[in-house]
Design a protein around this ligand. Structure first.
Ligand code: NI
Length: 176
């Protein structure tokens, strides 16, 4: 089922989400299926459960090609429950980011360049990976949602927050 995506201003986006207590349940599988359907319908690169009003530590991300980020390299589609993220070194990169909960806007956001992340898939199988580039960025963005953080809260210079069509008048970035 496709759910409405909460937009910035909704206090539920600023809550800290709770850990999932039991893996492999029909409820968890149904949540992830709904998140996937909702993300695909919005052409998102990722989605976190609190964005559909469910305060649980579940994120999904990944795409072969994404019309919201036409230049991004592919990221393996992943469903991850109770993710833990560890920076691998202090280096950061700043790049443009958007969010389905902040429609129409893009901002320059600093993120760790290299991370390790771990967690479980909905069946309970362990996931542990290292990531760089856009993959590392999207994981950090989605995990931030679980702690009630939206990307503008990570920005250093809010002059670099703007409307996509103003910032990139010639780009073929498809917003919802
Ligand atoms: Ni987001």
């Amino acid at each position: 089922m496709i759910h409405p995506i909460l937009r910035m201003g909704d206090p539920r986006l600023f809550q800290r989400s709770q850990a999932v207590q039991q893996l492999g349940t029909p409820e968890l599988k149904a949540l992830v299926a709904d998140m996937r359907e909702t993300m695909l319908a919005a052409s998102g690169a990722g989605l976190a459960a609190p964005q559909i009003g469910v305060p649980l530590r579940v994120v999904i991300f990944g795409f072969e090609h994404n019309q919201r980020y036409p230049d991004a390299e592919p990221v393996l589609y992943t469903e991850i429950v109770n993710p833990i993220l560890t920076p691998l070194g202090p280096e950061t990169d700043e790049d443009w980011e958007g969010c389905l909960s902040v429609p129409g806007l893009r901002g320059r956001v600093p993120r760790y360049s290299r991370i390790r992340y771990s967690g479980f898939d909905p069946e309970g199988r362990a996931i542990e990976r290292e990531a760089t580039g856009f993959h590392a960025r999207v994981v950090q963005h989605e995990c931030d949602h679980l702690d009630g953080i939206l990307y503008p809260m990570r920005m250093r210079d809010l002059r670099l927050l703007g409307f996509s069509d103003v910032l990139f008048p010639d780009a073929e970035i498809v917003e919802e």
